[in-house]
Design a protein around this ligand. Structure first.
Ligand code: GSH
Length: 244
């Protein structure tokens, strides 16, 4: 019998797209990968992007502030009926799951604070790609969600968005070259060498978002960089987490 056979099923709130299998966003994917890696029983509730804030507020999720000062709620949100916890934010969810279900560590060797910093550093490396990724994300949302997405995301990344800016692609390649150098510093396929961690989940979940929304030739371009490292990292992490 599985160690979690007596457990109640956890609920992950994620956002909906028109793509087969629904999933789209990187942050909820991080939580899904952790739940799956730890072998925890969970179901996903899919929320229309334009309804996330209202729906998450209604279940009591903690609000955040947009940079224009307005309140909003985000996904992922995790509800754990075994403890009564209701957690917002992918990093807090990872931290909660690690503390509550420590088997199959995602922050091995006390690496949580370092990996928290790594999360922001990695986002900065891939930020130049966001205009392209936003354009493509809009294409797989419902009309109402596409309109809402443009309204709220352009607060931080102003319009116009274009998926073909050569400068953005050059900056993105530069960011991946840096990430590649860091991977090369260790002996083994993971960021921490032979030791799998949440750092690899972070890298993979942004790649998954790119792969899901980009046109095929755009994804092929990313996958060709650094000797095919990025398609390989995504495939390795999916396998390690028992996804796909
Ligand atoms: N720091 C948060 C960011 C989550 C986030 O930005 N979620 C987006 C979807 S990926 C969202 O819910 N946006 C709703 C909105 O802006 O109204 C995390 O890591 O969970």
């Amino acid at each position: 019998m599985s160690q979690y056979a007596m457990m109640q099923t956890l609920v992950l709130y994620d956002t909906l797209s028109n793509l087969p299998g629904n999933n789209l966003s990187a942050n909820p994917a991080k939580s899904r990968f952790v739940l799956s890696y730890k072998g925890l029983p969970f179901v996903t509730v899919w929320v229309e992007y334009s309804d996330i804030s209202i729906a998450m507020r209604a279940i009591g999720a903690k609000p955040n502030k947009r940079s224009d000062g307005s309140d909003f709620c985000t996904v992922p949100v995790l509800n754990d009926p075994n403890t009564g916890a209701l957690i917002s934010d992918s990093l807090e969810i990872a931290s909660y799951l690690e503390k509550t279900y420590p088997e199959k560590a995602i922050f091995p060797n006390n690496s949580e604070s370092l990996i928290r910093e790594f999360n922001s550093t990695h986002i900065r490396l891939i930020l130049p790609a966001f205009k392209s990724i936003f354009v493509r994300s809009v294409e797989v949302l419902s009309p109402a969600s596409a309109k809402f997405f443009i309204k709220v995301r352009s607060i931080d990344i102003p319009l116009p968005w274009d998926a073909t800016y050569d400068e953005d692609w050059a900056l993105l390649e530069k960011g991946f070259n840096t990430a590649y150098k860091w991977y090369q510093k260790t002996d083994g396929k993971w960021y921490m060498g032979d030791t799998f961690s949440y750092a690899d989940i972070i890298v993979a979940c942004y790649l998954l978002w790119f792969k899901r929304v980009l046109k095929e030739d755009e994804w092929v371009r990313i996958s060709s960089w650094n000797g095919g490292k990025w398609a390989q990292v995504l495939a390795d992490v999916e396998k390690e987490c028992g996804i796909a």
